[in-house]
Design a protein around this ligand. Structure first.
Ligand code: UGA
Length: 437
């Protein structure tokens, strides 16, 4: 059991903090956002994350999890300080390390005893070394601190189970004592496959970018195959299923869609691309994946336009799904933003619905219509677009929808709506890379 301070209470900080308290540690979560900390201290969780509330309540009640804005005190009384602040992208694709550097300064000013300084934030390769350099100006490495890179692999929407049942835990450090201390806090997650891996700091930093980039590459690749399927008469669902049966490829992240979004893939791909160029070794595969993704988002709008013979002027379209995927209320870089912008630019009207992301999207689009259920949103619309893979969109009551829609056009960007039913009820429809019935 360790005393741990986590600096930054966003998605990663909050899930990691809660998870580490569940593993038996005393965790103080620190954030400079007063309102957020106040809410957390009243048991209000600022993000939607399945399973988080239960763990939060349990460990908060036990006194194993606490929240504060007091960074100095929190650092001083902790044995491990975890940095989990945001590292947003700059315009040139590089990472903005402004918040991280402020935290490092605060750590340096409050290093009153030996501590492990651990970075969870996604940071460019080489950042760990820089942090050590900064801390070493005032403190002796090995005596007052050791440094560890410990990247997160948490998916929004399943972050709690990703934390508690990880595929791998990477501990990047050059120091065996630091490795042992961090190993101990995760040791109950270790299994016979040996999922806790020790690497160098740089290797650990690189693993994070290489993992996310590879998954994004897979998505852009399957999106391109899907687009080619449409032109050649092949069916992407079968293609994807069968190539995924090859264990060397694996079936995950082979679902074509409207383009990846979220706070990680778009930013991390730009960052690794920036890094590779700064070493004069451009990564053409990554550049290709980014390009495909931007095209894919635009392609979805063109598909909708095609269903309307090129004219959306005055047409009312229901957009089902606003977040960048299901099970989250996060709309950052969501393809739905491009879709809504595309419809509005073409003179259309948007009826929007998401089971949990209406509120987040209303900060981006104030003047579109928001609805609290599917059937109100599709009432009297000319067309409907499915943008995310929520279960309730997989089981749309198409008979009812056909009766209440004004016109009969459906674009399914996730290939989840039953094509037999679409044909049976006389919809004019399109999806991604499928052989139409
Ligand atoms: C991603 C990674 O999956 C996590 O391992 C990582 O820890 C996290 O980034 C991070 O760096 O913090 P996340 O951004 O939550 O997690 O979302 P994913 O589930 O990976 O999905 C990303 C995007 O790809 C979504 O827009 C999703 O709809 C899309 N996607 C995913 C597809 O279009 N097709 C697929 O087959 C899978």
């Amino acid at each position: 059991m360790k005393n741990i301070a986590i600096i930054g209470t966003g998605y990663v900080g909050l899930v990691t903090g809660t998870g580490l308290s569940e593993l038996g540690n005393n965790v103080i979560c620190v954030d400079k956002d007063n309102k957020k900390i106040e809410k957390l201290n009243h048991g209000e969780i600022p993000i939607y994350e399945p399973g988080l509330a239960e763990l939060f309540k349990k460990n908060y009640a036990k006194g194993k999890l606490s929240f504060t804005t007091e960074i100095q005190n929190s650092i001083q009384k902790s044995e491990i300080v975890i940095i989990a602040v945001g590292t947003p992208e700059k315009e040139d694709g590089s990472s903005n390390l402004e918040f991280l550097n402020l935290v490092v300064e605060a750590i340096s000013n409050n290093l009153n005893s030996y501590k492990i300084i651990c970075t969870k934030s996604t940071v460019p390769v080489g950042t760990g070394k820089e942090i050590i350099k900064k801390l070493s100006k005032k403190h002796v490495e090995g005596e007052m601190f050791d440094y560890v890179s410990n990247p997160e692999f948490l998916r929004e929407g399943s972050a709690v189970s990703d934390f508690l049942y990880p595929d791998r835990v990477v501990i990047g450090t050059n120091n065996n004592i630091a490795f042992k201390i961090i190993y101990d806090i995760y040791s109950s997650l270790e299994n016979s496959n040996g999922i806790i891996i020790k690497t160098s700091i740089e290797t650990s930093e690189m693993i994070k970018y290489a993992s996310n980039s590879f998954l994004a590459l897979k998505i852009s690749y399957i999106n391109e195959v899907a687009n080619l399927c449409e032109l050649t008469g092949a069916d992407i669902v079968d293609v994807s299923k069968v190539i995924g049966m090859d264990h060397r490829i694996s079936s995950q992240f082979l679902n074509p869609g409207p383009g990846y979004g979220g706070s990680c893939f778009p930013k991390d791909l730009k960052c690794i691309s920036y890094l590779s160029k700064s070493f004069n070794t451009p990564m053409y595969t990554i550049e290709g994946a980014i390009k495909r993704n931007n095209h894919q988002k635009k392609r979805m709008v063109r598909k909708l336009l095609n269903l309307f013979d090129g004219n959306l002027n005055g047409c009312k379209i229901a957009v089902l799904g606003l977040a960048f995927k299901s099970n989250t209320d996060d709309v950052r870089e969501s393809s739905s933003i491009d879709m809504i912008n595309g419809i509005l630019e073409e003179g259309g009207i948007v009826n929007a619905y998401d089971p949990i992301a209406n509120d987040s999207m209303s900060h981006i689009f104030r003047n579109i219509n928001y609805f609290n259920n599917i059937y109100e949103a599709v009432n009297a619309v000319d067309g409907l677009v499915v943008m995310t893979e929520w279960d309730e969109f997989k089981s749309l009551d198409l008979k009812k929808i056909k009766n209440i829609m004004k016109d009969n056009k459906i674009l399914d960007t996730r290939n989840i709506v039953n094509m037999e039913h679409l044909s049976e009820y006389g919809f004019k429809y399109d999806n991604i890379g499928r052989m139409k019935l």
